[in-house]
Design a binder for this molecule. Structure first.
Ligand SMILES: [Ca+2]
Ligand SMILES: [Ca+2]
Length: 139
């Protein structure tokens, strides 16, 4: 047991427990706006004396590859870890895959196979920057 226990990001709040290495939660989605920043919190379960390393990627260009520049979060410790993810102003709009992982002794890549940890995928819907405006009451 060494797994991603809970993922919170932009409306996603999924307490998944142990999914035996990998879980496809792409049916769960968050909606984010290009150019805006959102908090992310990842929690894990494991062995008390091993720190947990967390990473998250967003496939902003939707090319099916998590590149180094798409690593949006990285933190380690014994408890839950939080940070901020800023959606690039130029991110492609629409369905974007988010991948999170946890590992112990070293950080792992987005496509790594490794023994101690877990990987989960989610969907992030990127919408365009809101350009609303409103007038004031004048007399
Ligand atoms: Ca899990
Ligand atoms: Ca990509």
């Amino acid at each position: 047991m060494f797994n991603v226990q809970r993922v919170q990001f932009a409306g996603i709040d999924n307490s998944s427990g142990d999914n035996n290495g990998y879980a496809d939660f792409t049916s769960i989605s968050a909606t984010v706006q290009a150019g805006d920043a959102y908090s992310i919190t990842l929690d894990g379960a494991g062995v008390f004396f091993l720190p947990k390393r967390f990473r998250a990627w967003m496939d902003w260009d939707q090319n099916g590859v998590f590149s180094a520049s798409e690593l949006v979060f990285q933190a380690n410790g014994f408890g839950q870890q939080s940070g901020t993810v800023t959606v690039p102003a130029g991110a492609n709009l629409g369905s974007t895959r988010m991948r999170v992982n946890t590992s112990s002794l070293t950080y792992q890549g987005a496509c790594a196979n490794y023994s101690l940890g877990e990987v989960e995928d989610y969907t992030v819907m990127v919408i365009g920057q809101c350009q609303a405006s409103a007038g004031a009451l004048s007399q």
